[in-house]
Every structure is written in C-alpha cells, then in structure tokens.
Design a binder for this molecule. Structure first.
Ligand SMILES: C[S@@+](CC[C@H](N)C(=O)[O-])C[C@H]1O[C@@H](n2cnc3c(N)ncnc32)[C@H](O)[C@@H]1O
Length: 650
C-alpha cells in the first residue's frame, strides 16, 4: 500500500479507493438513517460494485401462522401481531419472482431497506432479484433449504448522481397513503401541485412572470419596487403560509425557508431539494459508516452457500460493516406450524411447530431472551460462521447516537415491542487485519455450532423417487447469468424446453409449472353473445398485456419447439440466439374471461413464442426452504454485549 494514503478511521477506505456507499443521518428530518453516494455515479451505472446485489427473504403465510387463538386469521397490517418488517415488505411480483406460498411477502436487505423514499429526488432504480441455490442440492447438502435462494437484487442510478448525494428509492405512493402517520409525506402528485402553487405565488411575491423563470436576466431588476412587498413582509408572508395549521402533502412539498422558496421559484423545487439532500464527503467520512467494505460471493465454507468478502484491507479493530437492526420481541411470530382441517377450515396446530421462517437464520438472538435482531443493511446477511477461524465480531455501534439508542438497553422486551421503529445498530469489526478477498467470518456461538453438527449428523438427502427435482437443476443459470443484470437467470440457460410430447416419455418433475407472457387481447373482437363452444384462436406471439402496469403471465403448455426463423435475426441479437436458438408454440386452454357478468372460456394457440416469454416455476411450497429437514438456527449475540434487561427467559 501507498504510505501516503490515509485510512479514514471510520470507514476503512483509502484515498485511492474511496468508499462508494455510506449510511449516515438522512437529510430528511426524523427519517433516521439514509444512504449516500461516496463517489459519482453515472446514469444507469450500478450503484455499488460490479458484483451481486442484495439478499432477499421470502416470508410465508405469516397471517395464518399468527392466527388468533380463536382460529381467526390475523393481519399484520392491522397490527394483530407485531411484525417489525411490515414497513419493509416488497411484493414478490415487484421483485420479479412468483410467490412460493399462498401468501408471501419479501424483505430485501440493503437498498430494499435502508434508503428513504423522496418523490422529487428519486435517483435509484431497483431491479429484480435472482433465484439460485448456491449449489446446495437437496440430494447432497445438509445446507440445502437453510439459505435464502433470493439474492442479487441490483440497483442502478436513475440519473447522474454526484458524490455526497443521499440516495432515494421508490416505495410507491401507496406505501405512504396506505399507512397511518405518513399524512405529511409528499407523494409525486404533491410536487406537481406545489410547483403550480409556486408559479402563481412567484408572481405575487417576486413580481416575476411564470415564463421568465430560469431566464438569465436578473429578475430583481424587472420589478417595480412600489408594487412589491418589502423583503421582511415577504418573509413573514412565507412563514405564515408554512405555519398554516391545516397540514397537507402538497404544502409539505414546499420549501421551508424563505431563501429556499426564492430559489425554488427561480429554479424549481427539485433544485432546492437536491441541494438540501447532499452531505459533504468530509461529513460522510467523519460521521457516516462505509457499507462498501464487503461484497457477496460463493462461500469458502462447505454447505454454507454464499458469503461476504472484503473489498479492501480492513485493519484490526476497523469497521467491516454497520448493521442497523430491526427487533423482533416475540420469536414465536416466525414459527411455521402444522395445520389440521377443522369445520372446513385449515387451522394451525399451536403445539406442532414444523419449522421457522428462513429469516431466522439471519437473525441474532440469545438463549435467555425472546428478542431477536435482524440486521438489514447491505450484504451483512451474507456473513458466515467459523468457531475458530473467525476474523470479525459484532459490537454495538459507536458514534451513531441519533440512530442507535443505548437507552433501549435498559428497556424490557415488552417495552421494546412497542417501539415500532428501528433504533439499534451493531457493527461488524475486524478482530485481526483482513486482506482484500478474504471471506468475513464471525462466531455464531456454541449453540449454533452444536445445532449444526447435530443437523449434519442426522441429515439425510432427499431421494429422487420420493421427491421432485429442483427448478434450478432444470434452469441452470450460467456464470454469465450471475453477472448479467436486468434479466432473469434462466434466460441464459440454453437447455431446450421439452414439449408435451417429449414430456410424455421424459417428464419434468411434478413440481414444475409453466407460465407464459402472451397477449390474448389483441385481435379479438367483443362477443355479442357468449359462445356455446369454447372459441379457439391461433396467432403469432405478442408480448403480454399489462394489468396495473405489470406484465401478466398465464399457465401454458409447450406444444412445439423449432429453430428461430431467419426473419427474426434482425430483432434478436446473435448472443441471445446462441444461448437459446429456439422458438416455441404454446397452448392455453380454458382461459377464463369475464363477459359482462358471464364467465366465458377461450382456447389459444400461440406460435413463435420466444424463450424468455416462458417461465418455469416451482409449484408453491415445493422449493428447498420448505424441506422438513432444512436447518434453522439463529446466530448468537455475545453474552458480554447482551443487555440483562432483555433477558426475559432467565
Ligand atoms: C446469516 S446466513 C449467512 C449467509 C448464507 N450463507 C447465505 O448464503 O445466504 C446464516 C446461514 O448460513 C449458513 N452457514 C453459515 N456459516 C456456516 C458454516 N460454518 N457451516 C455451514 N453453514 C453455514 C447456514 O445455513 C446459516 O444458517
């Protein structure tokens, strides 16, 4: 290393290899932590390193597993039970995956959980997650089903982002309008209204006609002094508008200070907000925490799946990664219960716990407490265990008191349950010098090691006869797929899909289902009368119709496969053709449609269907995380840092 370089105390970065991402206090008031760019990012550039993105977790049938004692299904959004991730939920379809249970929701770490949302400043675009088992097969690995298969959710810049900018992702307006306590958060529409208001108000306050905004002429000199309010009257007037006692989202979108309102009138609200959402690199270095010291990769530890690796030299005692936490007071919320049929209903059997939600394996706990802590920042979820060769440990965060509230150490678990927002933070710290490329390992504790050893000893592989194969076996995402952004992993697989005819001789495992993106609307006129027999349509493929802005896929059968005809060579690039040189014919039978109040059915044959319009899925409840013998155990938070006030199981 260059001796002239200084290692910044708080972040581990060096001048020639600056930290790309920080967490620090958000520039939005009372919004807790935010994420900040440590370097410039160009539009469409990956935010972070050219590597796998964030890990994600599917949580299944939570409302059912937390049914009320009378058998009534509970609701997490209504608050029937306390689920700390309720404000961190993503829908599976938004992440490009299909629900693997009747009722599933997804949690995404890093960009899916840390950045705030600010509708006039959205600068980060998030992409789909990928599904891959990291080579842990149910036929030979005791680690199968013990790790989340959802990973590599990447994020790119929506526009050029300058170093120091706070990063904002889109939660969707519904996130704010559908929740109590967010009545004042401006949504997209609020900024349009606020902008219109400022156009009119600008004229009144500054005497400046709307269309001369942004002109180079100095507006001041266009005013006739006698027409205008005096400077301090203008200020008072603005303060009056801002303190008007009836809150609204649009008014909240207006700048706070008089100085900013003048700037907003002249240059637009966005400019004011962008300026106010920057922090200096000196500030970030001093008060922020670098989240770019680790990246995910395949673990060096057998059966562990993926792991986290150092991107740069981290000196002994230096920060590996910060880990803001969500606290789960009642660990029974993550139980997965068996059920029985009772009076036509499927009810949970309170005494028969089959398994736990997969997210348990990513939480910290303590044997004397029901409290569990889930670290939700970038890539810390990927950190694996070694009882002797660990090179890092966790400790409570230092110098982050605006977020990490040590007074919570004195609260009981019951009190913590009522603290809805996150407010605790751990740090992973190097216990020796760590070199670039080394896997980061911590000690999950004796209880974990013991449970794992017992699990390995008693684990038996699934057998082919009694079991289905696994989806990833059939879709084999290539090396290339892992590196490719914005495309499903399966796209780069060139195994031909078997037709129905071929499947008769050589069937797919019974847990595999096909869906197709096809358009069934184009080219069909309305029926004047519901047809007596099922109408049949045959046409060439057109990409899926959209429902609520999303492509929809429908169940389909693959009936034919043929080489991509030459006429398409201009549309499909050589590389994609080399990977998968086939087109398909698919059939959709008894597609249900509504005609007025009547239900009608249609049959469709679609030809020239490209490979990427065909999706292969595991049927619900058949992926590895549902295996009965999948390992579940929390990581242990060390005794010496676990507050005694939290020990409610002593
Ligand atoms: C916090 S996660 C670590 C990231 C995980 N390896 C992944 O791919 O997502 C904890 C889980 O990783 C696996 N794991 C971690 N350390 C391990 C080890 N030393 N041996 C086997 N499995 C390990 C276990 O499945 C454990 O429940």
């Amino acid at each position: 290393a260059n001796n002239a370089e200084t290692i910044s105390e708080n972040s581990g970065d060096v001048d020639s290899d600056p930290c790309m991402l920080y967490i620090a206090e958000s520039t939005i008031n009372n919004a807790g932590i935010g994420m900040f760019a440590g370097v410039d990012f160009r539009k469409n550039q990956l935010i972070g390193r050219d590597n796998w993105g964030d890990a994600a977790f599917s949580t299944v049938d939570l409302n059912w597993h937390n049914s009320l004692p009378n058998g009534q299904r509970a609701s997490k959004s209504r608050g029937d039970y306390h689920w700390p991730l309720v404000n961190y939920d993503w829908t599976s379809s938004g992440l490009g995956v299909r629900d693997d249970a009747a009722d599933a929701s997804m949690t995404v770490t890093g960009f899916g959980a840390v950045p705030n949302c600010h509708f006039s400043l959205l600068n980060v675009k998030e992409h789909h997650v990928m599904y891959d088992l990291a080579g842990l097969s149910r036929y030979d690995s005791p680690g199968s089903g013990a790790i989340t298969p959802f990973f590599n959710r990447t994020s790119t810049a929506r526009k050029d982002i300058a170093a120091g900018s706070e990063l904002f992702v889109n939660y969707g307006s519904k996130w704010f309008t559908g929740r109590d306590g967010f009545d004042l958060v401006p949504v997209k529409d609020s900024y349009t209204k606020a902008g219109e208001f400022l156009d009119n108000y600008g004229l009144l306050l500054l005497g400046m006609p709307r269309d001369e905004k942004n002109s180079d002429n100095d507006w001041k000199y266009k005013l006739t002094e006698s027409v205008l309010l005096k400077e301090d009257a203008r200020r008072d007037f603005w303060n009056m508008i801002k303190s008007f006692p009836y809150p609204s989202r649009a008014r909240q979108a207006l700048p706070t200070s008089y100085k900013d309102v003048v700037k907003a009138i002249l240059k637009g609200i966005d400019t004011v907000e962008v300026d106010n959402s920057m922090r200096s690199l000196e500030y970030l270095k001093q008060f922020g925490k670098c989240v770019d010291n680790i990246i995910p990769g395949n673990s060096t530890i057998p059966h562990a799946g993926r792991g986290a690796f150092a991107t740069r030299f981290i000196p002994k005692g230096g920060l590996v990664a910060p880990a803001p936490l969500l606290h789960f007071a009642d660990k029974s919320t993550i139980n997965i219960y068996n059920g029985t049929r009772f009076k036509g209903k499927y009810v949970k059997n309170e005494t028969d716990v089959l398994s736990k939600q997969i997210i348990l394996n990513y939480m910290f706990g303590h044997p004397n407490s029901t409290l569990h802590l889930f670290p939700y920042s970038h890539h810390v979820a990927y950190i694996n265990h070694h009882s002797t060769k660990f090179n890092a440990k966790v400790q409570w965060a230092a110098d982050f008191s605006f977020y990490h509230r040590e007074e919570l150490f004195n609260q009981s678990v019951e009190m913590l349950e009522n603290q809805i927002t996150a407010g605790l933070m751990l740090e992973y710290i190097a216990v020796r010098n760590i070199h670039p490329g080394e896997e980061i390992l911590i000690d999950y504790g004796d209880a974990w090691q013991h449970a794992w050893d017992k699990h390995v000893e008693s684990w038996t592989p699934a057998t082919l006869e009694n079991d289905f194969n696994n989806l990833t076996y059939w879709t084999k995402p290539s090396e290339e797929a892992a590196k490719t952004r914005f495309k499903r992993a399966e796209m780069y697989n060139n195994i031909p899909i078997k037709t129905m005819e071929e499947q008769k001789l050589d069937p797919y495992p019974r847990n595999i289902e096909f869906e197709c993106y096809v358009n069934l609307e184009i080219g069909i006129g309305p029926y004047f009368e519901a047809p007596k027999t099922t109408p049949f349509y045959k046409r060439d493929w057109v990409d899926s119709d959209m429902v609520d802005g999303k492509k929809i896929s429908r169940k389909c059968n693959i009936t034919g496969r043929f080489d991509i005809p030459e006429v398409y060579f201009d549309d499909i690039n050589q590389e994609d053709r080399d990977h998968h040189p086939f087109f398909y014919t698919v059939e959709l039978n008894n597609v249900r449609k509504k005609q007025g109040k009547k239900l009608i059915y249609e049959n469709h044959v679609i030809t020239e269907v490209p490979y990427d319009a065909i999706l292969m899925f595991n049927t619900k409840y058949s992926s590895d995380t549902f295996l009965k013998n999948a390992f579940r155990h929390e990581m242990r938070l060390p005794n010496d840092i676990f507050p005694t006030a939290w020990m409610n199981l002593l």
